[in-house]
Design a protein. Sequence first.
Length: 140
Amino acid sequence: MAFAPIILRGDLEVNDTAVNSQVMAFTVRGTRGTIEIPATLGTRKSFAGGDDQYEIEMSYLPDVDATALHEIFWTALADAEGTITFGGKYRSAATSATNPRYAGEALVTAAAIGGTVNTVSTNSVTFPCVDRPTKVTSDA
């Protein structure tokens, strides 16, 4: 199989609402912390793997319509759990091993609306995931 770079033309759903017409970019990211093991008289300083953490980042066009991302985030902020569900693919093709769908739950930590006069309002948020997002390679 030949390498095929991702050109973002997929889809994204938040709380089962398709938000493709609002989203300019989205990234699902995972990182791992490190644990420093100090040097001793007999060994050099070394490192071990720490906890893994995941987050979703979205850049979007905000609005106040009931299905707008801003309104979804604003509502989640007032909710006791404060979470959203998300699921998306980076390509518009069917879900497959070469076009997986990532899905998860994230904690909403902010919501803002506004912008600069005479420009299109945009916003970007990064939310921590409650757990590792799933990677699905089939719609079956």
